[in-house]
Design a protein around this ligand. Structure first.
Ligand code: FEO
Length: 394
């Protein structure tokens, strides 16, 4: 994609990655992604906000060449992760007088990760500014969105916020701005769930600080720009601050059908009580969908057979992930079956220390579930109903 003018003297110069399907060798990208970079020209100086993933470096370099720039004075590195900073060495080499602008922690990390020499940096404190001539960059330290060095850049006169990963979405689109609210909401929520949710407490503080800024456009470094910023700010406030909903997330695996029978019965028992259930067969599910479901849920119930005396490995993986993502869950339980014994319940319960949940009594059947097991599942559904009512959930 060639450079595209956002405002006179401000250009989108990044790259769209239509075909990428996995990020960090972990996160599914069903809709691709983009690595957005922005060029800002003042009357005296020029700044580049972020670079692009190294796989797309030639697109960025070509775009800067197309603009016929004689010089770049500053390359702002809001974040040291390679999908935004990975082309910084090439840009600094192409523009030898340019300085990389970052937080002190960002400098340390970029020297470690990309071997950029110390003399190429200008570090900035929180609320520091750099004038470009008629345009002013202000830097807002925002640690832990989602690494310790992260910052946001605010272009004062144009009222544009460049928050890098924050408010972003893994979505490849040729549209510069959000054109399909539903699609972007889904992608942004997936992004929040997979990347930002563990840092809810930090994000809450950053959202509060941003109230002091007049923002016309949010220009993240993944996905389309927001020219109606309240759309994404409101979504983030909801994901970060709202109480969880009257929702049970039910990730499970079944090997020979016993756990599946329990899941089927349990889902009916919950829905008959007016509880929304989001059920995921971990043999086939997209873990991003599971992460998204965890954003709003009050309860997770994990369904597992017993394999080699413990939970099924896919269940252990999903449980490890849920623990790492630190959703707002209030309650957890386990259902499943075993043939001759095992420690699946104990092992899973030990895997969720980050979740500040009340663990409700599990329901485990020996072999095929029988009437007593189904009654126990009804009892667990009733307990969850009462617990949710106690929270006054919607
Ligand atoms: Fe888009 Fe944390 O990198």
């Amino acid at each position: 994609m060639k450079p595209r003018e956002i405002r006179p003297g401000i250009y989108s110069v990044g790259a769209i990655d239509w075909d990428r399907r996995l990020f960090d060798s972990l996160i599914p990208l069903p809709d691709g992604t983009s690595y957005n970079a922005y060029l800002i020209q003042g009357s005296q100086q020029t700044a580049l906000i972020d670079t692009v993933d190294p796989t797309k470096q030639q697109i960025l370099i070509d775009n800067l060449n197309d603009l016929g720039l004689e010089k770049i004075d500053y390359v702002v590195a809001n974040h040291a992760e390679q999908d935004h900073a990975g082309t910084l060495p090439q840009v600094l080499s192409r523009y030898p007088q340019a300085k990389a602008v970052t937080t002190p922690k960002g400098k340390e990390m970029l020297m470690d990760l990309l071997a950029i020499p110390a003399e190429r940096f200008v570090t900035v404190n929180d609320k520091a500014t750099i004038p470009l001539g008629g345009r002013t960059l202000e830097f807002i330290h925002a640690p832990w969105v989602h690494w310790p060095e992260t910052m946001l850049t605010y272009l004062r006169e144009d009222r544009i916020l460049f928050p890098c990963d924050l408010f972003g979405s893994h979505l490849a689109t040729s549209d510069l701005y959000v054109s399909d609210d539903g699609q972007v909401y889904e992608s942004a929520k997936r992004y929040y769930a997979e990347i930002m949710m563990p840092f809810r407490v930090s994000i809450e503080k950053h959202l509060e600080r941003l109230k002091d800024y007049a923002i016309d456009v949010i220009a993240p470094s993944h996905g389309p720009m927001h020219n109606h910023p309240e759309f994404i700010l409101k979504a983030y406030r909801s994901w970060v601050l709202d109480e969880p909903g009257n929702i049970v997330v039910l990730p499970y695996i079944s090997m020979h059908g016993s756990t599946r029978k329990m899941v089927d019965h349990f889902v009916s028992a919950l829905t008959q009580r007016g509880i929304t259930v989001k059920q995921f067969d971990l043999a086939v599910t997209d873990i991003g969908k599971l992460a998204m479901a965890l954003v709003d849920a009050a309860t997770v119930v994990i369904g597992t057979p017993t394999v080699l005396a413990g939970p099924h490995p896919n269940v252990a993986y999903a449980t490890f992930l849920a623990n790492a993502l630190r959703p707002k869950l209030k309650f957890a339980s386990i259902i499943g079956s075993y043939s001759w014994g095992g420690k699946a319940v104990e092992q899973l319960a030990a895997m969720i220390p980050n979740l500040k949940v009340e663990v409700l009594p599990p329901v485990i059947s020996k072999g095929l579930p029988r009437e007593a097991d189904f009654q126990a599942l009804d009892g667990l559904a009733e307990t969850i109903l009462q617990k949710h009512q106690g929270l006054h959930l919607a």
